[in-house]
Design a protein around this ligand. Structure first.
Ligand SMILES: [Zn+2]
Length: 412
């Protein structure tokens, strides 16, 4: 079966997580609908050690071909959940054979997929393009990754391609960031792994943000404005003062590539009390620390200016760190992925992630885990699309990757 045919099968099974307030994993039972189907397919493909856990983690293994037992154990991971946006309607993928590279109406929705918005569309001319009908997401994030991994397994099994030990896993709740903490690294049993959860085919990602949240709790002094002279401390004005002390152009809107930012997520308040909630992001460890220090300095400065400690409380919580610090010790993961891209006719493109991935958390838990692009574009909305040919290329690429590692011996 072709990878895109699997995607079509998986896409119609809706798997949105429930909102972030849910503290159980999986956050929604529908994720089991896809996991159960995948379990059955894995059984049909004679995958061994299949385990579907109560938390909706599906694990399986392909033991090494005889004579290849000393090769390192390599893993492939994708997530079963999608975003919960645009999930009200049934998902109906639309296939456009021999796409002409031009504007394409998405069903009767009134939306148009346009090369003006997605510049790469012209390069997909002649491809079999898979889109939505304009009313839902496609869910290629990350069902394209699942489809490509399952197709890899099919090729390895049916064509008897020799390989070292292979582990595969499909995980829940990636989109709400709570899934990876339940991932069983030991049970998975790989020496290292790749997530298939990026966008462009050929894209390789191993640098993500360092991330923290920063919450200001501001206590003002509220008195009658008519007799407030030298008494009132307006918490809202203090909140504005805090934000004015941050660099004006270091926001998500103004930054790209390796540029970090402060992002004001929300603000709330009245004269007596106000809150500011930020997230802070930077790829560079030192600059990340500098940003945190800057916030601490602001809090101290305002406390001094406005009546001592307790006027401005600042709470900083680290969220995740750049996996580059881990992957740099295993750069063969990137070098070999580049080589595999070239062998499969893809141009490798290493780019920084402006966010985090499950792989970042796993890397810090002892499973170095960079990310490979699946070929999908326009994530998290009705413009999501992917081509059958791009998916084939990604499958070719991961087969090459398996071949390359089959000739290696385990890292000592
Ligand atoms: Zn994803």
């Amino acid at each position: 079966m072709k990878a895109y045919e699997r995607l079509l099968k998986y896409a119609v099974i809706k798997t949105p997580p429930s909102d972030e307030s849910s503290d159980s994993t999986p956050s929604s039972a529908c994720q089991f609908d896809l996991a159960n189907l995948l379990k059955k397919e894995m059984e049909e493909l004679e995958v061994s050690d299949i385990q579907l856990t109560d938390n909706c983690f599906l694990y399986g293994k392909l033991p090494a071909t005889k004579g290849y037992e000393n090769a390192p154990g390599i893993g492939f991971i994708a997530h079963v959940d999608t975003v919960s946006d645009y999930c009200e309607h049934e998902i109906q993928p639309i296939i456009t054979e021999n796409y002409n590279g031009k504007e394409l109406a998405l069903g009767n929705s009134g939306l148009t997929l346009s090369p003006k918005m997605f510049l790469h569309l012209e390069s997909l001319k002649g491809h079999t393009l898979i889109t939505t009908d304009g009313n839902t997401i496609l869910g290629a994030d990350d069902k394209a990754g699942i489809a490509e991994i399952m197709t890899l397994v099919e090729h390895l099994q049916k064509e008897s391609i020799p390989h070292g030990p292979i582990s595969i896993a499909f995980t829940p709740d990636e989109e709400i960031g709570t899934g990876a903490s339940h991932f069983d690294v030991e049970l998975f049993g790989a020496d290292f792994a790749y997530t298939l959860d990026g966008s462009t085919e050929g894209e390789l990602e191993y640098e993500n943000f360092n991330a923290c949240s920063a919450s200001f709790d501001i206590h003002g002094v509220s008195v009658h404005p008519g007799s407030a002279k030298d008494t009132m401390i307006n918490a809202c004005l203090l909140a504005m003062e805090i934000n004015s002390l941050l660099p004006l152009h270091e926001t998500p809107r103004d930054t790209e590539g390796y540029e970090g930012f402060y992002h004001l997520i929300n603000m709330n308040g009245d004269c007596g009390h106000a809150t500011l909630n930020y997230i802070v992001r930077d790829h560079d460890t030192e600059k990340f620390q500098y940003r945190k220090d800057k916030l601490i300095d602001i809090a101290n400065e305002l406390n001094q200016k406005w009546g001592g400690d307790g006027t401005v409380d600042l709470c900083i919580k680290d969220q995740y760190f750049n996996m580059k610090n881990i992957i740099e010790e295993h750069m063969h993961l990137i070098d070999n992925a580049k080589l595999a891209c070239e062998k499969a006719g893809l141009i490798p493109n290493v780019s920084p992630i402006r966010g985090g991935t499950d792989g970042c958390q796993l890397s810090f838990r002892g499973l170095p885990c960079p990310d490979i692009g699946t070929g999908a574009y326009g994530y998290h909305g009705p413009y999501e699309h992917i081509s059958a040919q791009s998916m084939d290329k990604v499958v070719d690429m991961i087969i090459e990757l398996v071949r390359i590692y089959s000739t290696f011996s385990k890292e000592k």
